[in-house]
Write a protein that binds this ligand. Structure first.
Ligand code: NAD
Length: 360
């Protein structure tokens, strides 16, 4: 964490509405406040029923529903959605769903400049960031552009009631990962540190409650509250080793997004721990433990999440390739990343051993 007398903090413009039922009761009002009258609703093929309800709530201000969102936004999927938005004469976009739907909304916003409203249904945090991603020829490109940052985010815990427990758990740990890396990001600030610690605390407390009672609106609300804070951290800071490893594992080896974050996080934190004792102490406070990496691993394990990269389909021969790719790219991280260092983290995550604090 940065010294409190030495930081830069940039406030983003996103407006947030957080309320049960808000997806259908508040989205229209948010659009009207932005002066939008011709909205295209975007979703994935499995989220059509929810998106249809949001579209209906917009009445005549909805000019169409497009259900083409796919994980990691293939470029042809973005092209098609841009055509649909132009053909419909849309003056704004409403993305309903997880990071994939919001990612499609961002891709269309990037090309067209249309304002985006996000109605998230997972804990991915994409709605709070100006980061876009597009996948072409098997490679994912990402970038930051203020035009893709949703102008308004409508958080409705009722939307997350249908999120299956395994996906809730991994999506929740995906959110925690944003907050963990914000605690040692080079552009962190006292405000992001507060959001990060509270976000981890809220999410780590909510996930067991969600697993016990998936229909509990209170538990779902607390998890979504944690997701908002963790997503805000992601939007405000630059991510390090953990996110880079997951990007390589997802982009090059096709591993599933939230599950990969869940398996890798304890090991990435253990690797960075010697360089960032204050950040590790903040994570430990939030988890009410003395050993943050092990507590993260045991949280995921208790809730039945995957524990090894092998389970997620990575081959042992892929480890050196992934390590070389991770070490070969420049990015912010509190400890230098050698190929050997990355391989240590990957091998431990591949085998699912107890996370160890390595020698500095
Ligand atoms: P996702 O959006 O692909 O959703 C995963 C699955 O859950 C899908 O099958 C979806 O239909 C289903 N689902 C979503 N909400 C549901 C609900 N409430 N009930 C039942 N099923 C539901 O996955 P994700 O983890 O939310 O997002 C992952 C994608 O988002 C990746 O492409 C990742 O790179 C991207 N992402 C981007 C950012 C960013 O800042 N740009 C941040 C986080 C994630």
């Amino acid at each position: 964490m940065k010294d409190v007398l030495d930081f830069t903090h940039e406030s983003r413009q996103a407006r947030v509405v957080f309320r049960p039922g808000a997806a259908t009761s508040a989205t229209g009002g948010e659009a009207a406040a932005l002066g939008l009258r011709r909205l295209l609703v975007l979703c994935g093929s499995r989220g059509t029923a929810t998106a249809r309800a949001v579209a209906d709530s917009l009445g005549p201000a909805c000019v169409g529903l497009h259900d083409g969102a796919r994980m990691h936004v293939p470029v042809e999927v973005a092209d098609r959605a841009v055509e649909v938005a132009r053909a419909a004469g849309a003056d704004g976009l409403v993305a309903v769903g997880g990071g994939s739907s919001i990612g499609l909304g961002k891709a269309v916003a990037l090309r067209t400049g249309l304002p985006l409203i996000a109605v998230p249904s997972t804990y991915s945090g994409s709605e709070m960031t100006s980061v876009w991603g597009l996948t072409e020829h098997g490679a994912k490109r990402t970038g930051r552009d203020p035009v893709v940052l949703p102008r308004s985010v409508v958080y409705d815990p009722e939307l997350t009631l249908s999120l299956p427990v395994p996906l809730s758990v991994t999506s929740g740990v995906n959110a925690i990962a944003h907050a963990v890396e914000a605690l040692y990001a080079p552009d962190g600030s006292p405000l992001t540190a507060l959001m990060a610690e509270e976000g981890i605390r809220a999410m780590a407390a909510a996930l067991p409650a969600v697993a016990d009672a998936p229909d509990s609106l209170e538990a779902r609300g607390r998890a979504l509250y944690g997701a908002w804070l963790c997503g805000s951290c992601l939007g405000a800071t630059t991510m390090g080793l953990h996110h880079k490893l997951c990007h390589v594992l997802g982009g090059t080896f096709g591993l599933p997004h939230a599950e990969t974050h869940t398996v890798v996080l304890p090991y990435a934190l253990a690797y960075n721990a010697p360089a960032v004792p204050d950040a590790v102490a903040a994570v430990a406070r939030a988890l009410d433990t003395h050993d943050a990496p092990r507590a993260l691993r045991s949280l995921a394990e208790r809730l039945g999440a995957p524990r090894t990269l092998a389970e997620l389909g990575l081959g042992e021969a892929d480890l050196p390739v992934a390590a070389a790719q991770t070490a070969g790219q420049a990015y912010a991280n509190p400890r230098a990343i050698t190929t050997e260092g990355a391989l240590t983290v990957l091998r431990a995550a591949y085998e699912g051993t107890e996370p160890e604090f390595p020698e500095t």
